[in-house]
Design a protein around this ligand. Structure first.
Ligand code: ATP
Length: 288
């Protein structure tokens, strides 16, 4: 069985407060894009889980979220058979694009099909949150408002069609470090998430775009000025807006013309500011 694990970007990201348990309450507008890892799954008579990946620095044991998702369902349903997994990574790692979470989401969907567990999407999402706050969204996909720690999801109408340029500099930002650096009391301005939801409901891309913002961006940009340079490069070459995704460092640019997208992609490659440059489009979230 081959499954696509799709990446996400955050069209908007706000952090409201830190809860007593240490988690942060967020409000995010999530969007799936056409960029994916490929997860291959097959049953194995050996009775254990094995995982191979194309990237040597990704763990292939219990530390991998795919492994955790498979084991969670194997334990609950007392599945004796093993599973051989192969994960081909294309989504940049530690990049704010939910790569690991999306791989885990694909593993939940794959286990459900492979062993005919009969779980609904809602059943899978309830279990998925135990692996990570973004995993339920990665099961649902499409355009959504994510609240709570990211697990309270409200599906939104599909975004009007648009092109996306991804630029990830050759640095990794840990989500934990990004939260630690975020001083909530110092944030004087918060993204207008409610305004964004209204624009998406109206299907008004051009009113939505100026509202796209990420509360992590100023702090992370201060630390890594290359992010601002990637944004500038995209804006100079016709992006309607360029914003950092998640806790960074990936920048995405939005375009409404394919020729402009391709030209900006070429220029960003030439600039050598980003290690990963990828021109793509949004994914409406239907079908797997
Ligand atoms: P998010 O947008 O949810 O914050 P991210 O892009 O910051 O995600 P990931 O790419 O998911 O981060 O991975 C972060 C770390 O998690 C990696 O450094 C890696 O060691 C570990 N990890 C565990 N499972 C995976 C996986 N399937 N793919 C990539 N990394 C994984």
């Amino acid at each position: 069985m081959r499954l696509r694990a799709m990446a996400k970007i955050n069209l908007g990201l706000d952090v409201l407060r830190k809860r007593p348990d240490g988690y942060h309450e967020v409000r995010m507008i999530m969007q799936t894009i056409q960029m994916y890892d490929v997860l291959t799954m097959e049953k194995s008579k050996k009775g254990e889980v094995s995982l191979k990946t194309n990237l040597p620095y990704i763990p292939t044991d219990r530390r991998n979220l795919v492994y955790q998702a498979v084991e969670l369902l194997r334990e609950e349903f007392q599945i004796q058979e093993g599973v051989n997994l192969e994960l081909e990574k294309f989504i940049p790692v530690a990049a704010g694009m939910a790569g690991g979470s999306s791989d885990a989401a694909a593993a939940f969907v794959g286990m459900n099909r492979l062993f005919q567990l009969g779980l609904s999407e809602k059943d899978l999402m309830e279990r998925a949150v135990r692996i990570g706050a973004d995993v339920p969204y990665c099961i649902m996909r499409g355009t959504a408002l994510a609240e709570g720690i990211g697990e309270k999801l409200t599906p939104l109408p599909s975004l009007p069609f648009c092109y996306i340029l991804i630029g990830k500099p050759g640095i990794n930002v840990s989500t934990k470090m990004a939260y630690e650096k975020l001083n909530l009391k110092e944030i004087s301005h918060h993204p207008d998430i409610d305004g964004m939801v209204r624009d998406i409901q109206k299907g008004d891309l051009y009113s939505l775009i100026p509202r796209m913002e990420n509360v992590f961006e100023p702090g992370i940009v201060k630390e890594y000025p290359v992010i601002a340079r990637i944004k500038d490069c995209m804006m100079t070459h016709g992006a309607l807006k360029a914003v950092m995704s998640g806790s960074g460092p990936t920048v995405f640019g939005i375009f409404d013309r394919e020729d402009t997208l391709q030209k900006a992609c070429e220029e960003l490659r030439k600039s050598r500011l980003a290690k990963t440059v990828f021109a793509t489009q949004i994914f409406p979230g239907t079908g797997r």
